[in-house]
Design a protein around this ligand. Structure first.
Ligand code: NDP
Length: 275
């Protein structure tokens, strides 16, 4: 169980990934994102989650350099966007992301969404980047079980991670079980339900543990062994979201949060997206 911000999960290829990272979707490129990244690193975060489509990779790279920490202490994730899927186009998109980030190697490269008819080819390019040593680990995002099964039957390298929408209203029980069985680490996007944290149970548990609802939800991710990447541009919240390693939730309270599930998505269903 994670007791320190430096704690991480060991992925199926032996690479260590921090349990907690900073998400930067919708964070503006330039000083907004570089300041968020720097603040997070100063607060002890070692993992940053961006994507080509967020349009802020350059600012993420700038924040990393400003923080002045050794590159090998950090775990940086970016993702190939849907329009770039395919073999050659993925290799090219990767180069462009790396130039914007200003990095030589990446820690984790993800397929952002399972674009029909494209993602197996995209995965072949990811396997090449991995084998050639440009990226330490490769994974997927927004994959349902049937996408993962398709990939399993048509590829060689097992994804290390599946980054999906996951929070108290969408607990993804079946997918979580599948991922555990196949040693694919689940990672939660929109872990804080995009800021909708006023559920009475979360407020009650926050009072009980002397924490905030956000901290209760982040700790619940850790108890469920799901990597989590809450986003904030507010320095006090960035720090607050990292103060989750000094308490644990009882098994009973974890179950109470599990029971909030409504299979409710704030984002699109990966079987039905149009971008
Ligand atoms: P989150 O669930 O992390 O919620 C972010 C919102 O919560 C912001 O409005 C933020 O406000 C607010 N917030 C943060 N901390 C607190 C706190 N302690 N108390 C109260 N409110 C708080 O949303 P995201 O959708 O950004 O998801 C997180 C990350 O997941 C993304 O940034 C991205 O990296 C990744 N992601 C990946 C997707 C994919 O398809 N693979 C899709 C969506 C997200 P403020 O910033 O103003 O402080």
């Amino acid at each position: 169980m994670a007791t320190n911000i430096a704690d991480g999960t060991v992925l199926n290829n032996g690479v260590k990934m921090p349990w907690l990272g900073l998400g930067v979707w919708k964070v503006k490129d330039g000083s907004e994102v570089s300041l968020s990244v720097r603040t997070a690193i100063e607060a002890g975060y070692r993992s940053i989650d961006t994507a080509a489509v967020y349009g802020n990779e350059a600012g993420v790279g700038e924040g990393i350099r400003q923080a002045g920490i050794d590159r090998d202490q950090l775990f940086i994730t970016t993702k190939v966007w849907n329009a770039d899927q395919g073999y050659e186009s993925t290799l090219k998109a990767f180069d462009e992301s790396m130039k914007r980030l200003g990095l030589d190697t990446l820690d984790l490269y993800l397929i952002h969404w399972p674009v029909k008819g494209k993602y197996v080819e995209t995965w072949r390019a990811m396997e090449k980047l991995y084998r050639d040593g440009y990226v330490r680990a490769i994974g997927v995002s927004n994959f349902h079980i049937h996408h993962l099964e398709d990939l399993r039957q048509n590829s060689e390298v097992t994804p290390v991670v599946n980054q999906v929408e996951f929070h108290p209203l969408l607990t993804q029980k079946e997918l979580l079980g599948y991922c555990k069985e196949h040693r694919i680490q689940m990672e939660a996007w929109s872990p804080l339900m995009q800021g909708n944290l006023d559920h009475p149970l979360l407020v009650e548990l926050a009072q009980k543990y002397g924490k905030t609802p956000a901290q209760i939800v982040i700790r619940w991710d850790l108890e469920k062994q799901v990597v989590t990447i809450p986003k904030s541009i507010t320095p006090a919240r960035i720090r607050q979201n990292a103060e989750v390693f000094d308490f644990t939730l009882s098994a009973e309270d974890v179950e109470k949060i599990d029971a909030l599930n409504e299979n409710r998505r704030f984002g699109p269903d990966p079987d039905n997206f149009n971008f």
